[in-house]
Design a protein. Structure first.
Length: 322
């Protein structure tokens, strides 16, 4: 087993976590949460989505959130966009480090539900987007595959189909002179299992050994950490997680399901395995408690109530010396 010595975590709670919340959350609360995550030394924070507020009301204050957050040294701040209009809004803030991507879906039904597009239309949109990246001095950093492990609408998705989607996405990029170095596998509806992760990573490594793989896992059925452990065993170094387990896909055909893999639980697992994250776990747990406070309902994160083993080790050491 070859575990990486360190990993990079992208915190998506302020963006993907907030988008699914029903109750109103103030801009000031969102900004404070992001600042607390900065204090926890998260290396990358996804702060908002530049999407149509009619579809995702919680993102109506996207520009204002970006304007008010504190930019901390050592942290990159980014935001989600799904089309050219969203990208131009994100660029106009002047405060974000944006990546260019080719966004595709392994599920035809999910592409229609989530993006109001067919898979073919997503490829066409990516072609136009690459030209826009160039016009604004951006590169094409990654291919993002939604529903890479399965779909609540369409069921299991064969790895061979996922590989064909990835191949087509890289082909679209190549036709525009781009070669994205990274590949993100998004388990948009929580279908990933450790076995499925092992199989798909093996197939991708065999086909594109030079690509850096990123994992975006949802914990809908409680297997995100187990699947991430398989990712670590396969040398994956980049993970997208959510403070407290905020989030979930608003177009995933379920309600009340757990959101993304919990940031503090993943950090704790990494630290116990000797994998460096650069994250202050105690500060992160405090941010998670604040996230639970502002959304007004319990979050699924385990360290919220169980705390870290390091905390209990310190307490035990004091007790034995009294």
């Amino acid at each position: 087993m070859m575990l990486p010595s360190s990993v990079t975590i992208c915190e998506v709670g302020p963006r993907e976590g907030m988008q699914i919340e029903k109750g109103p959350i103030s801009t000031a609360s969102k900004v404070r949460l992001i600042d607390m995550l900065s204090d926890a030394r998260l290396p990358k924070i996804d702060v908002t989505s530049f999407v149509n507020a009619a579809w995702v009301p919680q993102m109506a204050d996207a520009e204002e959130v970006v304007r008010q957050i504190r930019i901390a040294p050592g942290t990159d701040y980014t935001g989600l966009y799904l089309n050219s209009k969203g990208l131009l809004r994100a660029l106009a803030t002047g405060r974000l480090r944006l990546e260019g991507w080719v966004l595709v879906s392994a599920s035809e039904i999910f592409a229609r539900k989530n993006n109001n597009s067919t898979p073919e239309e997503l490829y066409q949109a990516a072609s136009r987007q690459i030209d826009l990246y160039r016009a604004h001095g951006m590169g094409v950093d990654q291919v993002v595959v939604m529903a890479a492990f399965g779909c609540n609408y369409g069921g299991d998705i064969a790895p061979d189909k996922v590989l064909k989607v990835i191949e087509r996405a890289f082909q679209v990029a190549s036709e525009h002179g781009a070669n994205p170095p990274d590949l993100t596998l998004a388990d948009s509806m929580g279908w990933c299992t450790p076995h499925a992760m092992q199989r798909l990573l093996g197939d991708i490594r065999a086909r594109w050994p030079e690509k850096n793989i990123r994992l975006h896992l949802h914990d809908t059925r409680g297997l995100a950490l187990a699947s991430a452990w398989v990712g670590l065993q396969n040398g994956v170094r980049h993970y997208e997680t959510s403070v407290g387990g905020l989030g979930g896909c608003p177009f995933g055909n379920f309600s009340g399901a757990s959101g993304n893999m919990v940031t503090e639980d993943f950090v704790h697992m990494c630290h116990e395995a000797g994998i460096e994250t650069g994250v202050d776990l105690n500060a992160l747990i405090e941010a998670s408690r604040y996230a639970e406070e502002i959304v007004g309902h319990p979050l699924p994160g385990k360290l919220l109530r169980g705390n870290s083993l390091h905390t209990y080790r310190k307490a035990a050491a004091v007790e034995t010396h009294v």
